[in-house]
Design a protein. Structure first.
Length: 255
């Protein structure tokens, strides 16, 4: 038993005594008194700044501290809101005008109707792309996969007619305007390809119908070109290359 007591005394042997504990307690108490006195002195010397209410009223501040007042006039006169309200519709930004599309379509369907030159100068490709897709679709329904030929001949024909018109006209014309006019005048050819779905055009009736459609398309295109470019007296010169172009589409439709 004496050996166990001697082992405990050796294991817990330390230089820390009760006097050291009392001294550390006194040091912590003195530190707290010193720190507390400094906080008290600082609080006594600190005085909040006084702002007269007249100054706040002169500055136009009507809210509370940390609660800024919302100014609705700022949002109502914001330039971003005004610009958003004044933005044009999306279809107008894309250049799609259904009224002008309808007027161009009626001008093509009625060869005797005079063309409006201001409308025909617009670069509107919504209608031509639609008519090209309709022509390729009707040819597909007739058993002819000719989408590549339709797009290829359209592109080459637009470039050729564009070069010819720039040589003949003094004012000049854009390639988009030429593509727009030639695409709208493709509508009668869509009617012919629709008829090819129900009966064959390889005969006298089909040939005569194709010749009528070619004349219809070329006459409408030349009428629009002379109206938009002020080329009076040159309609036959413009109608001939247009007839050659639409004759290629008629060959795709008939054969």
């Amino acid at each position: 038993m004496s050996n166990l007591e001697q082992f405990d005394g050796d294991f817990y042997q330390s230089n820390y005594t009760l006097d050291n504990q009392e001294q550390s307690y006194n040091d912590s108490t003195a530190f707290e008194n010193l720190y507390g006195s400094r906080i008290q002195q600082a609080s006594e010397h600190f005085q909040p700044a006084f702002v007269p209410p007249e100054m706040l009223m002169s500055l136009g501040y009507t809210g509370q501290i940390f609660q800024p007042a919302s100014n609705m006039d700022y949002y109502s006169h914001s330039p971003y809101i005004d610009n958003f309200d004044e933005e044009p519709p999306l279809l107008k930004e894309l250049g799609i005008n259904f009224d002008h599309i309808w007027q161009k379509t009626l001008t093509v369907l009625n060869p005797l109707k005079p063309a409006d030159g201001s409308i025909m100068k617009e670069t509107d490709l919504a209608g031509p792309i639609l008519f090209c897709i309709l022509l390729g679709t009707t040819l597909l329904l007739a058993g002819k996969v000719q989408f590549g030929y339709v797009y290829g001949m359209s592109a080459i024909g637009c470039l050729g007619i564009h070069t010819l018109l720039n040589l003949m006209s003094s004012s000049g014309v854009s390639c988009g305007c030429v593509a727009s006019v030639l695409g709208y005048c493709l509508l009668p050819m869509v009617v012919l390809s629709t008829c090819a779905i129900f009966f064959s055009l390889q005969g006298t009736t089909g040939t005569m119908s194709a010749l009528v459609i070619i004349g219809w398309c070329s006459f409408s295109a030349s009428k629009i070109f002379i109206s938009a470019l002020d080329m009076e007296g040159q309609q036959l010169l413009i109608a001939y290359p247009c007839a050659l172009l639409y004759g290629l589409f008629a060959l795709l439709t008939v054969f």
